[in-house]
Design a protein around this ligand. Structure first.
Ligand code: ADP
Length: 655
């Protein structure tokens, strides 16, 4: 709520003052237009989800159950809200003659403003970005819509008119919302005896098969058995075998009506776990894995935590809600709190039900609570355990997980000090030893393949895999057969920067500091390097003079075999790659100058050493520097002059 409504003004053109008009409007029927996104969603949903139409019932029951949760929570402080009707339940009825199905709850209900804000607009953050992804291809979009969560609007898959009547607990007036699911809806203030929401679906032609208690019970049991309050089926008018109308007021509870997580593990089927996930996560796809445990000890709680099989549309949206719900002794307390799951596990969905926290726990109390810290730590360990287990026993599944959430998990290396080691073991990389481009290399794999005398874990960061693979910085490592991790995710700079070491081996960027291969270098290498440095002195000075302030230093190197030159950052400076990323994000960075390393064995460098024409030598030196900058993905400050220089040199060559 508190969002800007995008509906068109009431269709009326009286000259009454605003306030008077408002007063009148609240009493009479007004017609409002849907937010543009709602119209789009409705169209798409009706077409792309038709083959899965039964889900409308799951979605409406899910909302009704949430409404009951909200009432239970608000009722803790204001018992009057229960209005002498304390038994929360959901009722489903149908009428074969009227071609309607009615889903009713005695949950929290909605005020008129809430109806406008909730049913008629989509208040989710990231909605716009989500709609931009839609392609118009029904199959692809059905997938995306599932990710977005369709909720209430799924009613229009089977209905061509929906009438929602709702009264917020404690209010005297009720609101009726009605729509054909096209461009607009009407609102009206009405009377309603019981609190809560009643939704009447006027079925489309051809949907009569739903008007059957077996059919409806089947759907409820399949999708909504886990709902913790009773779902009652009211047999209304149905047709008998000979087409006669049978009137019945029989009522039957169709679900198990106990919170799923409170049941014994052995009594819960895979399917039930999956349907419960879909309910709490608003996701269509089954989860990848879950952990369900009752924890005893200093804190007593039950956790049922799921790893989704794919990233939600708003995984990168800062304003998105967190996905774990907190219950205290079966009463829903709140969901969107970072206190329950750290940011790097924001993809986890599920329920934590505490036995010990006070029922009146507020966000403020949670913020300070040591008890909640203990619960959170326990749950983080469960999730990491789940991932470790998957990585060890179901490599394919883990690869799927990594594809969806690997980048998020990487944040954990910097975020969660306590579990850094465990998270590091869960990381997957592409390296110079990888066959393809799939990240499958673990740090443990890397360490087990380290060469004799190798003391460090080498890595390179770049924008793309090609840029990383072909970087001049790798040349000496290729020559010596030393593996290098190729890091191309934006988060990598931050995660390797926080990791420092693994299994006692420091991580070392191959693009930073002077080349130090430690014991990987034999005596002959060292001698060769020394001699090269000695003999390269004049050319180093020449280049230094030509480049002046552009570089911090020029030096001869043994790290290059094919390239004439490369740039390296200072050991403790920010890498050039990170500097570029920050600049692109509009942040100011201290401009550390790089060191230019040149390969004295390269023909071009030899040519430069011999060059007597000063202008030409300067041009060559500039080109060496500019090439090195380009090769590591950098940007030239003066590309036009670079082109001129190259052309000049090419002409001289061909002359
Ligand atoms: P979602 O459930 O994903 O938020 P919906 O479109 O299903 O999306 O519902 C939008 C909002 O409308 C809900 O978040 C809730 O605030 C409100 N709502 C829907 N159904 C009910 C109901 N039966 N009782 C009270 N509020 C409801």
């Amino acid at each position: 709520m508190g969002i800007e409504n995008d509906y068109t003004a009431p269709i009326s053109s009286s000259s009454l003052t605003n306030s008077l008009m408002k007063l009148l409007m609240s009493a009479q029927k007004e017609t409002l237009g849907f937010q543009a996104e709602v119209k789009q969603l409705l169209q798409l949903m009706i077409h792309s989800l038709y083959s899965n139409k039964e889900i409308f019932l799951r979605e409406l029951i899910s909302n009704a159950s949430d409404a009951a949760d909200k009432l239970r929570f608000e009722g803790l402080a204001k018992p009057d809200l229960f209005e002498n009707d304390p038994d929360l339940k959901i009722t489903i009825a149908f009428d074969a003659e009227a071609h309607t199905i009615t889903i009713a709850d005695n949950g929290i209900g909605m005020s008129r403003d809430e109806v406008v804000a909730n049913i008629g607009t989509i208040a989710k953050s990231g909605t716009k970005a989500f709609f931009e992804q839609l392609s118009g291809d029904a199959k692809k979009d059905a997938n995306l819509i599932g990710q977005f969560g369709v909720g209430f609007y799924s009613a229009f898959i089977v209905a061509d008119k929906v009438t929602l009547t709702t009264r917020r607990a404690g209010d005297s007036e009720a609101t009726r919302w009605e729509s054909h699911g096209e461009g607009d809806y009407t609102l009206e203030t009405v009377e309603k005896a019981g609190r809560g929401t009643e939704i009447v679906l006027h079925l489309k032609e051809g949907e009569d098969e739903l008007l059957n208690d077996w059919k409806l019970k089947g759907i409820v049991r399949k999708y909504s058995d886990h709902i913790s309050i009773p779902i009652e089926m009211k047999k209304g008018n149905s047709y008998g075998e000979n087409g006669e109308v049978i009137v019945s007021d029989e009522i039957e509870v169709v679900n198990s009506a106990s919170a799923l997580w409170t049941r014994n593990k052995n009594d819960i089927t895979e399917e039930q776990y999956q349907e419960f996930y879909k309910h709490i996560a608003h996701d269509f796809s089954p989860p990848l894995a879950w952990s369900h445990a009752r924890v005893e000890g200093r804190q007593e709680y039950t956790e049922l935590l799921y790893i989704p099989s794919r990233a939600p549309f708003d995984l990168w949206d800062r304003e998105r809600k967190q996905g774990v719900k907190l219950y205290v002794r079966r009463v829903f307390i709140m969901e969107d709190t970072e206190k329950l799951m750290p940011h790097y596990l924001r993809f986890v969905r599920g329920v934590i039900d505490s036995n010990d926290l006070p029922l009146n726990v507020s966000r403020e109390i949670l913020q300070e609570s040591k008890d909640i810290d203990a619960i959170r730590n326990g749950c983080v360990k469960k999730v990491l355990g789940l991932l470790e287990d998957m990585a060890a026993n179901q490599a394919d599944k883990y690869a799927d997980f990594w594809k969806e959430f690997g980048q998020v998990l990487k944040e954990g290396v910097g975020e969660d000090h306590t579990n850094k080691e465990r998270i590091a073991k869960l990381l997957r990389f592409v390296s110079t030893h990888s066959e393809g481009s799939e990240p499958t290399v673990t740090l443990a794999d890397y360490v087990s393949r380290m060469k004799e005398g190798q003391e460090k874990i080498y890595y390179i960061t770049a924008d793309t895999l090609a840029a990383a693979k072909n970087s001049p910085h790798l040349e000496v490592f290729k020559k010596k057969g030393v593996e290098v991790l190729l890091l191309i995710d934006r988060v990598d700079e931050w995660s390797v920067g926080s990791l420092f070491d693994f299994d006692g081996k420091p991580l070392q960027s191959v693009a930073k500091g002077a080349l130090d291969l430690g014991a990987l270098e034999d005596e002959a290498d060292k001698e060769a390097q020394k001699q090269a440095e000695e003999s390269a002195k004049p050319v180093v000075e020449k280049v230094q003079k030509a480049l002046g302030e552009k570089v911090k230093e020029v030096r001869a190197t043994a790290r290059l075999t094919d390239s004439p030159a490369c740039l390296v950052a200072g050991e403790h400076d920010m890498s050039a790659h990170l500097e570029r990323m920050l600049k692109a994000a509009g942040q100011s960075v201290s401009n550390n100058k790089p060191t230019l390393e040149i390969n004295p064995e390269h023909v071009l460098v030899k040519k430069l050493a011999e060059e007597v024409d000063e202008e030409r030598a300067n041009d060559l030196a500039e080109v060496l520097y500019e090439q090195a900058l380009l090769a590591e993905g950098g940007k030239l400050e003066d590309p036009a002059t670079f082109v001129k220089r190259i052309n000049k040199l090419m002409l001289e060559l061909s002359a």
